[in-house]
Design a protein. Structure first.
Length: 295
């Protein structure tokens, strides 16, 4: 449970993150991520009708007034489940743009990445009815984009090529980088929990593998990386001048946690049915998207 006042967290962030965690638990509880990452377990209507897309909008503009620190907590909760729905892009687009706030449906935006030859790619670009925020700033406009090749590397993000490259204000780029980094730390926290649970349940030579010194050391290191990643994401939200470096650290530490968690699962960790690679791909793709933002 989130704690109000914990390193700048407000009641909006604390209550909102707890409520979002309950929704995600009801939606995908006990479901393997490989089963729902390629499906649609949570419809956009549920999120929109609940007002989740307006959480980061200022109160005077009709939103809940969540701070960037609050949104870090929301993103961490979202990252634990990696439900394939455009909540975070829409929430952030409506935070910055009045035009986006006028859209009833989801909104996304594009960045240029280093790993494709496309002009731009956007998360959830091929979702029916989604709009693209062309200018990620208070006066930015929205419109439909021509969607090209879909990148299936991270199915939970539905990334696809688009014909519009969004322009970004400095503040918007910084905040989006922080939120994506926070989402990555949520992925890492979930993977660490799963690895610990697996080490307690999996037996070899008549005892849980968690009793083996090598496994203990791996999990201890993963715990340190996870704590450092979370701290870096929070720091990035509170100190703008350190946001870029802290976000990069959060991404790298989160990936290290996930790699260790997969290793602890042994051969099963590499199977499609377990779905652990979904988190690895999700965080790797987030890091590439964040690298495409202006600094």
């Amino acid at each position: 449970m989130s704690v109000v006042g914990e390193l700048g967290l407000s009641e909006v962030g604390a209550v909102g993150s707890d409520a979002l965690a309950e929704i995600l638990t009801r939606t995908v509880s006990n479901e393997p991520v490989a089963a729902y990452a390629v499906a649609e377990p949570l419809s956009w209507d549920v999120l929109q009708q609940g007002g989740w897309d307006m959480l980061g909008v200022a109160e005077e503009d009709g939103g809940a007034g969540a701070s960037l620190r609050d949104l870090v907590e929301l993103a961490r909760v979202w990252g634990r489940a990696i439900v394939p729905a455009p909540l975070l892009p829409t929430l952030m687009a409506k935070r910055w743009s009045a035009s986006a706030r006028e859209c009833d449906g989801p909104v996304t935006f594009s960045v240029h990445t280093r790993t494709t030859g496309a002009l731009a790619v956007a998360p959830f670009a091929d979702m029916p009815g989604i709009e693209v925020l062309h200018d990620v700033s208070p006066g930015g406009s929205v419109g439909r984009a021509v969607v090209g090749h879909a990148d299936d590397y991270a199915p939970s993000l539905r990334i696809a090529e688009v014909d519009v490259l969004s322009t970004w204000s400095a503040d918007a780029a910084r905040e989006m980088r922080v939120v994506w980094a926070a989402e990555a730390t949520g992925c890492a926290a979930r993977m660490l929990d799963d690895a610990v649970a697996y080490a307690k349940d999996r037996h070899q030579f008549g005892q849980p593998i968690g009793r083996f010194q090598a496994i203990k050391h791996h999990l201890a290191n993963a715990h340190i990386f996870a704590e450092q990643a979370e701290t870096a994401a929070i720091l990035a939200s509170l100190e703008p001048e350190r946001a870029v470096a802290a976000s990069r650290f959060a991404f790298d530490a989160s990936l290290r946690v996930i790699e260790i968690a997969i290793q602890v699962h042994g051969g099963l960790g590499f199977t499609w049915e377990m779905g652990l690679h979904m988190y690895l791909r999700h965080v790797g793709a987030l890091r590439e998207l964040a690298a495409g933002l202006p600094e």
